[in-house]
Write a protein that binds this ligand. Sequence first.
Ligand code: FAD
Length: 307
Amino acid sequence: MSFGRAIILKTAALKPIERLVRRSFLFRGVVKRFIAGDTLAEAMQVAEELAARGMNISLDYLGENTTKREEAEQATSMFMEIVRAIAASPHRDKINISIKLTQCGLDIDPAWAEDNYRRLLWLAAESNTFVRVDMESTDYTERTVSLIERVFQDFKNTGTVLQSYLKRSMDDTRRMITLGARVRVVKGAYLEPEQLTVPDKAATDRQYVEMAKLLMQEGNYPAIATHDEKIILELKQWAAEQGIGKEKFEWQMLYGIRRDLQSSLHEEGYNVRVYIPFGDSWYPYFTRRLAERPANMWFIVKAMFRK
Ligand SMILES: Cc1cc2nc3c(=O)[nH]c(=O)nc-3n(C[C@H](O)[C@H](O)[C@H](O)COP(=O)(O)OP(=O)(O)OC[C@H]3O[C@@H](n4cnc5c(N)ncnc54)[C@H](O)[C@@H]3O)c2cc1C
C-alpha cells in the first residue's frame, strides 16, 4: 500500500476527523459522487435508470463491523427488503445484491450471522437473485472463504470476492474454482499488515492479472472488478486470443468512477456491472474511495473555494 493511501486511511479513522467530515457541508457533493442516496428508494431509482441503459447492478447497503445485535437484525431486514425490491423490479434480471458478513453479525455470533445469511439466500433463491459476499479485512478472509465453502453446498446463488494484494489469494482462487462458486477479483481496499500482503502495487497488479486469467479460464462467470485501463486492455486482448467469449465473464466498477469506461465496455458488447452503494453509514466506504485516488481530495479542495 502506498504511503499516501495509508496516511489517508489512518487519518480518516480518527474520530474527530470523522465528525468533521460527516458534519461539514463541504463533503456533501463529493459523497454524492460515490453514494446513490440514503434510502433504498433512491438507490433503486439509480439502479433502474442504469439498468434501462443496459448496465447490470449490484446494490450495496452500506455498513460494516456491526457490534450490536439490533444493528445486525436491522441490516439483515434491509437485505431482505432489497431482495424483495429487486424481485419487484422490471429489471430484476440485471440487479443483484452485495453484502458484508460483519453486517449480518459475524463479530457478535458467527453461527447467528450464518443463519441470517442463509435466510437471505433462501429468500433470494425464490427470485433467482444472486448474493455476493464482499471481502473485508484479513480478520475475516479465512472465515469468509470457509463459510462460502460450507453454504455453497446448499445455495448456488452466492459467491464472494478475492483480493490480489493478499499473498494467500492464489490458493483461495483455486479453492473457489474447485467449489464452482462465482468470484469477483479486486485489488483490495483495506490497510493490512505487511506480512500478509504482496510486496507492492506492481506485485498486486501482477497477481490480479494472474487470478483474473485463471478465473476466466476455469472459474464460474468471474467478475473482473477494476478501473485499471491497462489491466482491462490486457485481459480483453488475452481473452480474445484464448477464445473466451464476452458472455463468460463481466466487468465490474464502482458507481461514480470511470463512467466513460463503463459505457465504452458496454458499447463493445461486454457485460458491465455497476456497484451501487447507498445508506447513511457511508463514511468507511467513502474514505476507502478517497484513499484509492488521493486526487479525489481535489474535489474537496475545489468545494472549499467555491462561492
Ligand atoms: C465492483 C467492485 C467491488 C469491490 N469490492 C471490494 C471488496 O469486496 N473488498 C475489497 O477489499 N475491495 C473491493 N473493491 C475495491 C478494490 O479492492 C480497489 O480498492 C478499487 O477497485 C481500486 O482499485 P482498481 O482496481 O480500480 O485499481 P487502481 O490501481 O487503484 O486504480 C486504477 C485507476 O482507476 C481509477 N480509480 C481507481 N479508484 C478510483 C477512485 N476511488 N476514484 C477515482 N478513480 C479511481 C484511477 O484512474 C486509477 O488510476 C471493489 C471494487 C469494485 C470495482
